[in-house]
Design a protein around this ligand. Structure first.
Ligand SMILES: [Zn+2]
Length: 238
C-alpha cells in the first residue's frame, strides 16, 4: 500500500469529519517538500499557518492558501510498520499531527494571503531555509512547560480525535498515536480510558470549548505520574 491519492483523500475526509476546525488543511506527503530543510527522522509533522513561508506554500496545491499543513512521511511510516499495517500507521500519524494544529477558533476569518511573488529570489529562499533549519534544531520544551509541544493538552486532543474517528466508524488504532516523544507515558489505551467520560460528553464540542473545561482528575493524576517518570529518567541521564 502507498500514500496515493485515494489514501490522502481518505485522510482529508477523516480530519474534516472529526475536527471541522481544520477544514481546508493540506495533507501532503513529504516528497512535496523535497530539497527544503524539514524535520529529520520523523513519521510526520505539522506546519502552522504562520510558518507557511513562500517556499513551502508554493509547493502546495493551492499556493495562495493560508491553511495549515499536515506532512506525512510514508518511508518512515513504512519502516515502523509492516506493509499490512501501513494504513494504520498513516492514520495514527494523521491524528497525532492534527492534534498539534488544534485548538483553533472555528469562526476565524481567513487572512488574505500576502503577495510574496516579488520575494521569489534565491537569497530569500536561502534565508528562510536557514531560519527553518535553526527552528528545527531547537530542543523541545519540557512536557510540563507552558509551551510544551507534547504536553497534557496535546495528549487530550489526540485522544479526542481518536475517539471521534472511532465514533464516525473509522478503524483507527491507538498504537502510534502518541509518537516517540511520549516514551515516558503509559499505553495509549490507558489515556483514552482516563478521558472516557468527556470523550463521549464533548464529542460535538469544538477544541476551544474542550480546552476551556477541566480535564478529568484521573487523566491529570496519570499525567503527574508520567511526568515523574520523565524526570526520574532524565535525572539518571545527566
Ligand atoms: Zn508530535
Amino acid at each position: 500500500m502507498s500514500l496515493d491519492a485515494s489514501l490522502l483523500s481518505h485522510c482529508h475526509a477523516i480530519v474534516h469529519r472529526i475536527a471541522p476546525e481544520l477544514r481546508g488543511v493540506h495533507i501532503v506527503p513529504d516528497s512535496v517538500f523535497e530539497g527544503l530543510a524539514m524535520p529529520p527522522d520523523c513519521r510526520g509533522f505539522a506546519i502552522e499557518s504562520e510558518h507557511l513561508t513562500f517556499d513551502i506554500s508554493e509547493r502546495l496545491p493551492e499556493h495562495t492558501s493560508t491553511s495549515p499543513v499536515i506532512v506525512l512521511c510514508p518511508n518512515a511510516i513504512r519502516e515502523d510498520s509492516s506493509d499490512d499495517a501501513f494504513r494504520d500507521g498513516v492514520m495514527s500519524v494523521l491524528l497525532h499531527e492534527a492534534a498539534h494544529l488544534l485548538p483553533r477558533p472555528v469562526a476565524a476569518g481567513r487572512i488574505s494571503p500576502p503577495d510574496f511573488s516579488y520575494l521569489d529570489c534565491a537569497a530569500v529562499r536561502a534565508r528562510l531555509d536557514e531560519r527553518r533549519a535553526k527552528a528545527i534544531a531547537l530542543p523541545e520544551p519540557s512536557p510540563d512547560a507552558e509551551d510544551a509541544v507534547h504536553g497534557w493538552r496535546f495528549l487530550r486532543r489526540v485522544c479526542h480525535l481518536w475517539s471521534r474517528a472511532r465514533l464516525a466508524g473509522w478503524d483507527v488504532p491507538t498504537a502510534g498515536l502518541l509518537g516517540n516523544s511520549f516514551w515516558y507515558c503509559s499505553q495509549e489505551a490507558h489515556w483514552v480510558m482516563s478521558l472516557f467520560s468527556e470523550l463521549v460528553r464533548l464529542r460535538n464540542a469544538t477544541f476551544c470549548e474542550i480546552e476551556s473545561t477541566e480535564p478529568p482528575k484521573e487523566f491529570m493524576s496519570m499525567w503527574q505520574h508520567a511526568l515523574s517518570t520523565f524526570y526520574r529518567f532524565r535525572g539518571t541521564q545527566t
